[in-house]
Design a protein around this ligand. Structure first.
Ligand code: ADP
Length: 492
């Protein structure tokens, strides 16, 4: 039983047009706790008709929401932020229950997510246009930035409380309305956010949540002509599919897709800082983040020392149920995640890697996995090419900076990269040479709502966060006003 100070935050219905709906006869899916397998709720799955109803509600709500002065939208987003912060403990319990991450990480994620509402509540007031010097005396040229309209968001299970605000906050700040399909594993966080939106006074239809099957809800969101913008976070594979589907109606799209983040540790790094940075980056959310270190490259001069100290830190991580406040690593989201991590580990060992710590499923059973480090990783292993998305850290050896940069860039992905060095010139050289959208230098954590997040290459399109993130939800309109007044230019 999930005990909450405010049990009404636990919703198990669709949220459409400001009302909670449980359409009769809909099929239901259980939401389970990955730590225990216990059922938390049975959630109705939105049908295509429910999804269309939500899209139409968002369409009806759009004109009034877009017309609301920015400072009024701002006040409502700020109220939503304040309610999230006030309910952080209950929200963290919901998140830990359905996702598995330890409570302190859950609280951190919720406050990070809330910060997007605060940040974009401010940014709503700064959607400025432009005037352009005209080619003719009686013309004035003006550029307006206007909300694009109804937006659809499809979000993953790894950071529900951060990924949803990262999309909803700029969209609503810009004056757009939204229909959200949360991941099937973590819909309760999304519904709790909707409950708080309602309490904050966000008008009905502005933010709608339709949990449901990807093939039905996701398909409708990607193809419905009313939806003018699709924003997705998830795998590259699904992103590619959604991009193709959205092409039918030429939607504006943002895609935040997979990563295969390299970490470069140079001989001149502070090894202690590198160990902590690699640990934070690799093992946050049990290795299940798109910016998680996937490949760690250590230079020959510090290789042995780095592997030893890193493995020692990894071995000390406490694994267990996320509700135990002392736990640092919860279970993985599901059996498929365990199987993939196992496959990558087996492949690495078969190709000559050495297990330094961990090495397989955890004695706690279920989807628990031992935080694992392997040394002697090489380029043709699966861990070098694919995102593991689990608690397995392979350490590769390199000799020169040039070789390290080449190996780091040798991937179709380009989301996050990290490197550790105390050489100032190298910071600029390597920082500019790495083909990634987010680069952490002497740190494993870069997340901040005021900074642009997004990937290059197969890692995606568009940016979230920062003043740049709101552009994803705005259209540019150019107005050429002629004959404004017959200007008399005095003749010489
Ligand atoms: P992950 O499982 O790592 O979260 P996915 O890309 O599989 O990554 O899923 C991310 C989100 O996309 C989830 O909400 C999922 O339900 C949704 N999704 C998965 N497949 C499709 C699809 N074919 N069409 C639309 N949405 C999809």
């Amino acid at each position: 039983m999930l005990v909450l100070a405010d049990p009404t935050l636990l919703r198990n219905a669709l949220y459409i047009d400001g009302a909670w709906e449980r359409p009769p006869g809909t099929d239901e899916l259980p939401v389970t706790n990955p730590a225990t397998g216990a059922e938390l709720a049975r959630l109705p799955q939105a049908s295509r008709e429910d999804t269309i109803e939500a899209i139409e509600a968002a369409q009806s709500a759009f004109p009034a929401w877009a017309a609301l002065p920015a400072r009024e939208r701002s006040k409502l987003l700020k109220a939503w932020h304040d309610l999230i912060v006030a309910n952080v403990d209950d929200l963290a319990r919901i998140l830990t229950a359905e996702q598995g991450k330890p409570l302190p990480e859950a609280r951190g994620e919720i406050l990070y997510g809330a910060a997007f509402f605060e940040w974009y509540a401010e940014e709503a007031k700064r959607v400025y246009g432009e005037t352009i010097p005209a080619p003719k005396a009686d013309q004035r040229l003006i550029v307006l930035r206007q909300p694009i309209g109804v937006c659809a968001a499809i979000t993953p299970w790894n950071f529900p409380m951060a990924m949803i605000p990262r999309k909803a906050a700029p969209a609503l700040a810009a004056g757009c309305t939204m229909v959200l399909k949360p991941a099937s594993a973590t819909p309760l966080s999304a519904l709790a956010l909707a409950e708080l939106a309602d309490r904050a006074g966000i008008p009905g239809g502005v933010f709608n949540v339709v949990p449901g099957r990807a093939g039905i809800v996701g398909d409708e969101l990607a193809t419905n002509p009313i939806v003018r913008k699709l924003t997705f976070t998830g795998s590259t594979e699904v992103g590619r599919e959604l991009m193709a589907k959205a092409s039918g109606t030429i939607k504006k799209i943002s895609l935040e897709l997979g990563g295969n983040a390299p970490v470069l540790v140079f001989d001149d790094a502070d090894v202690g800082v590198a160990v902590q940075g690699a640990l934070a980056s690799k093992f946050r959310n049990m290795g299940q983040t798109c910016v998680c270190a996937n490949r760690i490259y250590a230079q020959a001069g510090i290789y042995d020392e780095f592997v030893e100290r890193f493995a020692e830190a990894v071995a000390a991580l406490k694994v267990g149920d996320g509700f135990d406040e002392s736990v640092q690593q919860g279970p993985l989201i599901d059996e498929a995640a365990v199987l993939k991590t196992e496959e990558h580990l087996r492949d690495a060992v078969a190709r000559g890697a050495r297990i330094v710590t961990g090495g397989g499923r955890h004695s706690l059973g279920g989807t628990y996995f031992q935080p694992t480090v392997v040394a002697g990783a090489i380029g043709d292993m699966l861990v070098a090419r694919e995102e593991t998305f689990g608690p397995l850290a392979p350490v590769f050896r390199f000799e020169t900076e040039e070789e390290a940069v080449r190996m780091a860039n040798d991937t179709e992905y380009g989301l996050a990269a990290y490197f550790f060095t105390r050489d100032n010139a190298r910071i600029w050289r390597v920082g500019e040479a790495l083909e990634f959208g987010v680069i952490g230098i002497n740190t494993g954590i870069t997340s901040f709502e005021g900074a642009p997040f997004g990937g290059l290459k197969a890692s995606g399109i568009g940016r979230e966060g920062s003043h740049l993130g709101i552009d994803e939800f705005l259209e540019i309109k150019y107005m050429c006003v002629a004959e404004i007044c017959p200007v008399k230019v005095s003749e010489k």
